[in-house]
Design a protein around this ligand. Structure first.
Ligand code: HEC
Ligand code: HEC
Ligand code: HEC
Ligand code: HEC
Length: 481
C-alpha cells in the first residue's frame, strides 16, 4: 500500500460540506446554538453467534463468549461511547446442523431468548449467514419475531423470507451517518450476487447522506476479500462466516481500488470477542490508525478487540433471559421428547455399565475416576440436563436403536462402556468375545469428539489416556517406577 492515504473524491466533497457548515456557523456567530460537530462515531460489532446463547465450554478454547457477557462488555463500553451503534454480522440463529427434528422445539424456544436478549442489549441491526438460510420457511417465520432490523442487501426479491428483511439502514452513530448493508453468499436460499447488490446499495446510501458504509458479510474471510477486490463501494466490511477454528486478529486489511478501498475486519465466532470500530472523518479521507506511524492528516479508522472472557460478570438482564431459557427446557423438551428408538431385531442393545461390571470388576476403579463417568455431573453443574443438544453427547446410546432418550435416561447417564465398545447385550449374555468391539475406532470417538466440541482431539493421544491397569493394561502394570 502507498505511504500516503489517497484523499477520495467523496471525502473532498465531504470536506467541502463541512467547510460550508463551518462558515455559515461563523456568519451567524454566537446566536447560532448549533455546535460544529466532527464526523466521528463508534460502531461495536460481534459476530457468528450461530444459534449459541452460550458456547458449550467443552474444550478450553470454547470457554468464552455468550450473549450475557457480550452484553456486559457492551454495557461497559457504552458508558464511554453512548452513541455507538451495535451490529451483529454473520450467522445469528442457526449453526451448520440447521434444525434437526429432535432440536426443533428447543430451537423455537431459543428464538424467543434471542429476540429478548437482542432487544435488551439494544442491538441496532443484525446480518444473517448461510446457516440461517438453510431452512428458508422457518426463517420467514423467525425474522418477524426479532424486534431488531435484519439486513440482507442481496436477499431475493420474491422469496418469503426476503420480504421480512431490510436491504440497508441509515443510522446515526452520534454525528456520523452510517450506511449499513448485509451480504450473504450468492445463491444461498436464492440470494443474488453480493457484489452487484453491494455496489448499488452503497451508492444509494451515499446519495442519502451516508458518510461511511459498513457491510455485515457472512461470506468468510477469503470470499470477503475477493469481493472487496472487485470494488464494493463499501468502506468497512466485517468478514464473518469464518470457521470455528479461525485465528482472529485485530488486523485491518485495506483491499480494493485506491479511490475507495474497503477495510476488511476479521470477526469471531459465538460472540467470543467484541470489536470496536472508531471512525474519525474530520481530517478527510480514511486510513487505518497505526500507532507506529500516525498520519499527519486524514481521517482514521481504529479497530480494537475485547475478548469476552468467562471471568467477566454476566449482564443481569440477559443472564435472566438465558437462565429462564434453561429452566424452560424441561417443559419444552419433555413434552416433545419421543420414546427411545426400539432395538432392531437380532441386533445387540444397550445394557448399561452396571451389567458390564458384573464380569469386568477389574475396570471399575479406572472407570469411576475417568472423565467419561463425570459427563452427566458436568451437565448438572451447568443446569443443562434438559438441553437435548448437550445431553446427546454426555450420555450413552442417545437416540440409537435400543438406546436412551430424554425420557429414558435411567442407567444411561454419563459416557459409559458401550459408547465406545458398542451395544453389549449379546456379549453380556455369555461373555463371547467375538460379540463386542475390542478396539474402539477413531470414528466412534468422533461422534462426540468432533471439532466443535473437542478442539484438540487427537486419536492416539486421547486413546492413550484411557488405558490404565484394569482397562487395556494388565493390573500388575500398576507397579510404580
Ligand atoms: C457433539 C458432542 C457434544 C455436545 C453436543 C456437547 N458436548 Fe460437552 N463435551 C463433549 C466432549 C467430547 C467433551 C470433552 C472434550 C475434550 O476434552 O476434548 C466435552 C466436555 C464438556 C465440558 C468440559 C468438562 C470438563 O470438566 O473438562 C463441559 C463443561 C461440557 N462439555 C458442557 C457441555 C454443554 C453445556 C453442552 C451443551 C451446550 C455440551 N457440552 C454439548 C461433547 C459434547
Ligand atoms: C457374563 C459376563 C460378561 C459381561 C456381563 C460382560 N463381559 Fe465383556 N467379557 C467377558 C469375558 C469372559 C471376556 C473375555 C475374557 C477376557 O479377555 O477378559 C470379555 C471380554 C471383553 C472385552 C475384550 C474383548 C476381546 O476381544 O478381548 C471387552 C471390550 C468387553 N468384554 C467389554 C464388555 C462390555 C462393554 C460389557 C458391558 C456391556 C461387558 N463386556 C459385559 C464377560 C463379560
Ligand atoms: C458419547 C460421547 C463420547 C464418545 C463416543 C467418546 N467420548 Fe471421550 N469424552 C466425552 C465427554 C462428554 C467428555 C467430557 C466429560 C466431562 O468431563 O464432562 C469426554 C472426555 C474424554 C477425555 C478426557 C479429556 C480431558 O480433557 O481430560 C478423553 C481422553 C477422551 N474423552 C477420549 C475418548 C476416546 C479416545 C474416545 C473413543 C475411543 C472417546 N473419548 C469417545 C464424550 C465421548
Ligand atoms: C471412551 C471410550 C471407552 C470407554 C468409555 C470404555 N472403554 Fe474399554 N477400551 C477403550 C479403548 C480405546 C481400549 C483399548 C483397546 C485397544 O487396545 O485398541 C479399551 C479396552 C478395553 C478392554 C480391554 C481389551 C483388551 O484387549 O485388553 C476391556 C475389557 C474394556 N475396554 C472394557 C470396558 C468396560 C467394561 C468399560 C466400562 C466400564 C469400558 N471399557 C469403557 C475405550 C473405552
Amino acid at each position: 500500500m502507498g505511504a500516503r492515504p489517497p484523499i477520495r473524491r467523496g471525502a473532498l466533497a465531504l470536506l467541502f460540506l463541512i467547510g460550508v457548515a463551518a462558515s455559515s456557523c461563523g456568519r451567524t456567530g454566537p446566536l447560532d446554538p448549533a455546535p460544529k460537530t466532527d464526523p466521528k462515531g463508534t460502531l461495536f460489532v460481534f459476530a457468528d453467534l450461530r444459534g449459541t446463547l452460550k458456547p458449550c465450554g467443552c474444550s478450553p478454547d470454547l470457554r468464552r463468549g455468550g450473549l450475557d457477557r457480550v452484553a456486559e462488555v457492551l454495557r461497559m463500553a457504552r458508558e464511554a461511547a453512548p452513541t455507538g451503534l451495535v451490529l451483529h454480522a454473520g450467522d445469528l440463529l442457526l449453526d451448520d446442523e440447521g434444525i434437526p427434528d429432535i432440536l426443533r422445539a428447543q430451537i423455537d424456544r431459543r428464538l424467543v431468548a434471542f429476540a429478548d436478549s437482542l432487544t435488551s442489549m439494544r442491538v441496532d441491526a443484525v446480518g444473517l449467514g448461510p446457516n440461517d438460510l438453510q431452512q428458508p420457511e422457518w426463517l420467514a417465520e423467525a425474522i418477524p419475531k426479532l424486534s431488531v432490523p435484519v439486513i440482507v442487501t442481496n436477499a431475493p426479491p420474491n422469496a418469503p423470507w426476503g420480504a421480512h428483511v431490510k436491504r440497508s439502514l441509515l443510522l446515526d452513530a452520534g454525528p456520523l451517518k452510517v450506511g449499513i448493508i448485509g451480504l450473504v453468499p450468492g445463491g444461498a436460499a436464492g440470494a443474488t450476487d453480493p457484489l452487484v447488490a453491494a455496489q448499488a446499495e452503497s451508492a444509494a446510501l451515499r446519495g442519502r447522506g451516508a458518510q461511511v458504509v459498513i457491510a455485515l458479510s457472512s461470506l468468510g474471510l477469503r470470499s470477503a476479500k475477493r469481493l472487496a477486490r472487485g470494488g464494493l463501494g463499501v468502506d468497512v466490511m466485517v468478514a464473518a462466516g469464518q470457521g470455528l477454528e479461525a485465528v482472529v486478529t485485530d488486523e485491518v486489511e485495506t483491499i480494493g481500488p485506491e479511490a475507495r478501498p474497503t477495510f476488511v475486519l476479521q470477526s469471531f465466532v459465538q460472540g467470543g470477542q467484541v470489536g470496536r470500530i472508531d471512525i474519525d472523518l474530520s481530517g478527510g479521507g480514511l486510513s487505518v490508525y497505526d500507532p507506529e506511524a500516525p498520519p499527519a492528516t486524514g481521517g482514521q479508522l481504529r479497530y480494537t478487540l475485547t475478548p469476552v472472557n468467562w471471568d467477566l460478570p454476566r449482564d443481569a438482564a440477559v443472564a435472566a433471559i438465558m437462565d429462564r431459557f434453561d429452566a424452560d427446557l424441561e417443559a419444552v423438551n419433555m413434552s416433545a421428547a419421543g420414546d427411545p428408538i426400539p432395538a432392531v431385531a437380532g441386533q445387540p442393545t444397550y445394557v448399561g455399565v452396571d451389567k458390564c461390571f458384573e464380569c469386568h470388576e477389574e475396570t471399575r476403579a479406572w472407570y469411576e475416576k475417568d472423565q467419561h463417568a463425570l459427563a452427566w455431573e458436568t451437565l448438572e453443574k451447568d443446569k443443562k440436563t434438559f438441553d437435548v443438544y448437550c445431553v446427546s453427547c454426555h450420555v450413552t446410546g442417545f437416540m440409537r436403536p435400543g438406546g436412551s432418550s430424554l425420557k429414558a435416561l435411567e442407567g444411561r447417564k454419563d459416557v459409559q462402556c458401550e459408547s465406545c465398545h458398542g451395544p453389549g447385550s449379546a456379549h453380556a449374555e455369555a461373555g463371547d468375545v467375538t460379540l463386542i468391539q475390542r478396539s474402539p475406532t477413531e470414528s466412534s470417538c468422533k461422534t462426540c469428539h468432533n471439532p466443535k466440541h473437542s478442539t484438540r482431539f487427537e486419536f492416539d493421544a486421547y486413546r492413550e489416556r484411557l488405558l490404565a491397569p484394569g482397562h487395556g493394561l494388565p493390573l500388575e502394570g500398576a507397579k510404580g517406577p
